[in-house]
Design a protein around this ligand. Structure first.
Ligand code: PGA
Length: 252
């Protein structure tokens, strides 16, 4: 099964509008064709509007880093999935470990967000991953499978097929430590097996599953060489234009 690779930048809470626009100017005309790799840029919601036109010209899909699970209403400070779609946003990253840890996002909420994202014609990038303690206790596979199962609950097979999953061991995020490519691949295979259980093996074969955690141009090829890793969700190494382009080029 040929799955289109994805490199998704996760800028987190970095840059100003001006810096984001400068980044776009630097990558303009250098993004590989979508037949080779789907470039995704997860920008703070504040800059999405100013990036949308250039992103489209360069075949970069824009991602928000979060949204609320209701379309509109009295939810002070939240970002509406309906408004994000209207802005031209294609993907929303949900369930990132930083959101689970610092903002107490639960599996139930992540599931509601996934539904809201589909309801508003966007696609979710659902993050999962274990802590260092869980990793050391050998609990990774069960933990991650449970996160995935709960996030996908109630979604149709068609929706699950279009979902992107990002497996990010928490101990590898921003630490410079990576899971070995083989170990990440083994966990990602388990995630695929979980998807086969909740949907079907045909669906599981089609779902793009990314690895995340200290991915950089120097190691992207190792991950891409694995049978079940379809790309990467990248924080630190996605902030500089040259590095982002190198990651995209390393994905095929
Ligand atoms: P990192 O972040 O590439 O800086 O480790 C990855 C992520 O948190 O998505």
């Amino acid at each position: 099964m040929e799955r289109q690779p994805i490199i998704a930048a996760n800028w987190k809470m970095n840059k100003t509008v001006k810096e984001a626009e400068e980044f776009m100017k630097k990558v303009a005309g250098r993004v590989p064709a979508t037949e080779r790799v789907q470039a995704i840029l997860g920008s703070p919601a504040l800059f999405l509007h100013s990036l949308v036109e250039e992103a489209e010209k360069n075949q970069i899909a824009l991602a928000a880093q979060n949204c609320y699970h209701e379309d509109e209403g009295a939810f002070t400070g939240e970002n509406s999935p309906k408004a994000l779609h209207d802005l031209g946003v294609d993907y929303v990253i949900i369930g990132h470990s930083e959101r689970r840890e610092y903002f107490k996002e639960t599996d139930e909420e992540i599931n509601l967000k996934a539904k809201a994202i589909f309801r508003n014609q966007m696609l979710p990038i659902i993050c999962c991953g274990e802590s260092l303690e869980q990793y050391e206790a050998g609990e990774t596979k069960e933990w991650v499978a449970e996160q995935v199962r709960k996030a996908l609950e109630g979604l149709s097979e068609e929706e699950i097929t279009q979902t992107v999953i990002a497996y990010e061991p928490i101990w590898a995020i921003g630490t410079g430590k990576t899971s070995s490519a083989e170990e990440a691949n083994a966990t990602i295979k388990e995630i695929r097996a979980t998807i086969a259980q909740v949907a079907s093996s045909e669906v599981a074969d089609k779902v793009r599953i990314l690895y995340g955690g200290s991915v950089k141009p120097a190691n992207i090829k190792e991950f891409m060489a694995q049978s079940d890793i379809d790309g990467a969700l990248v924080g630190g190494a996605s902030l500089e234009a040259d590095s982002y382009i190198a990651l995209l080029e390393g994905a095929f």
